[in-house]
Design a protein around this ligand. Structure first.
Ligand code: TXA
Ligand code: MG
Length: 373
């Protein structure tokens, strides 16, 4: 077994608003400190090190996707299972052709036009010409790529001139990080640098779609809703949902789907169709009087009656799909930091942002209760 040595983890503040992109897509820096931080990060990346950086979805843990030495450090820092492939991040569509030596199949054109840069990942066929490290693809015959919309992410890729393999920058099984301090909490001493660009706007990961199969498949719901993809028409209106879960030894299209995920240390219970929540919350709290509990409410739960209760924390995720997805992972982490025993979460309908929210919630949960049954 390889011994992992502790290192000093530096955190550098960067200002995403200080970066503009010229017509050729090159980063123009308006702030010297941000530029220096990105230069230092790019130098580490060229030296086969890992760097955590913000994207519009969640913080990523990046390394050169062309170097197995570098990519191995991602798996090691996160303690990630080796058969779970990584998304490669590019700073332009051109980079897929010029650096990854891959022609993007035509079916993706409307998606790229509409949703890139942004929280959408596409699956491409792997060929002998593509220089990606075998550790990125985990020996699949495809690879996943996305063009992020975050100025820091794009500027970092462009400055390092490297496609970056980057999973979410959490310790494996923990909720994805939406703040630099979440990354620091999980990976302090394991990585050399975190670029702190503030809170992530989307808050949960990119949507992963596979257009290399017919009909196309939604492999992971995320920042772009299924409905938005369907509304492009053509073959995309026939997109089908990939399998939600898989057995431990099954080879699956998105290996990430089979692992325990997004799990805080506390027990998570999600309630579906629970109306204003009064009944389930009242029952749970009276049956478990000795537990410290966090309630994560969103659209419908009314919690005023519980407000002054001892050993109870109420966290409001917000009332819209955008709010809920932006706040969800941070709220799970906040509840954990308050050392609660149990987190009770209001489930939402699976339309629009609800599909990705419920996908993450059901994986974080040890119990999902449908109050209609
Ligand atoms: O928003 C995001 O996508 C974030 C940020 C950092 O960009 N990244 C992220 O990466 O969520 P990660 O590693 O946590 O999730 C990658 C997902 C996994 O479910 C993985 O199995 C799937 O993408 N994936 C990667 N390559 C694949 C491939 N060739 N075929 C099918 N699924 C793939
Ligand atoms: Mg992840």
């Amino acid at each position: 077994m390889q011994k992992s040595s502790r290192m000093v983890t530096q955190i550098l503040k960067v200002d995403p608003h200080s970066i503009a992109f010229d017509s050729a897509g090159a980063a123009v820096f308006g702030d010297a400190k941000t530029r220096q931080a990105i230069d230092s990060a790019a130098e580490l990346l060229r030296d086969s090190q890992v760097v955590a950086f913000p994207t519009e979805t969640v913080y990523g843990l990046g390394a050169s996707a062309l170097s197995s030495e570098a990519v191995a450090k991602i798996y090691q820092a996160k303690n990630r299972p080796a058969d779970n492939p990584l998304i490669t991040h590019v700073s332009s569509v051109d980079m897929i052709q010029t650096v990854l030596k891959t022609t993007v199949p035509e079916i993706y054109n409307p998606l790229i036009e509409k949703f890139w840069p942004g929280p959408l990942t596409i699956i491409l066929p792997m060929t002998d010409k593509c220089p990606l490290s075998a550790l990125v693809t985990a020996e699949q015959d495809t690879f996943a790529v996305r063009l992020p919309d975050h100025p820091i992410a794009r500027a970092l890729i462009e400055t390092s001139n490297l496609p970056l393999a980057a999973p979410s920058a959490n310790a494996s099984t923990k909720p994805s990080p939406t703040l630099a301090e979440h990354v620091h909490f999980d990976l302090d001493g394991k990585i050399p640098l975190i670029l702190d660009g503030g809170a992530c706007g989307v808050g949960l990961e990119s949507t992963v779609v596979d257009g290399t199969v017919s009909p196309p498949m939604l492999l992971r719901p995320g920042g772009i809703s299924l409905e938005k993809i369907q509304s492009l028409g053509g073959q995309w209106s026939n997109i089908i949902l990939g399998k939600k879960t898989a057995g431990q030894y099954e080879k699956v299209k998105t290996p990430g789907m089979k692992y325990k995920h997004y799990s805080p240390s506390a027990k998570v219970i999600v309630y579906e169709n629970s109306k204003d929540g009064s009944l389930v919350l009242h029952n749970y709290l009276s049956e478990n009087p000795n537990e410290k509990v966090a309630i994560l409410k969103s659209k419908s739960w009314l919690t005023e009656q519980f407000q002054n209760k001892q050993n109870l924390v109420i966290i409001d995720l917000g009332a819209t799909g955008d709010d809920i997805q932006r706040n969800l992972f941070a709220a799970l982490r906040q509840a954990d930091s308050l050392k609660v025993d149990t987190i009770l979460v209001e489930g939402v309908g699976e339309e629009m942002e609800g599909l990705a929210i419920m996908n993450r919630l059901t994986k974080a949960a040890s119990e999902v209760v449908d109050c209609n049954i």
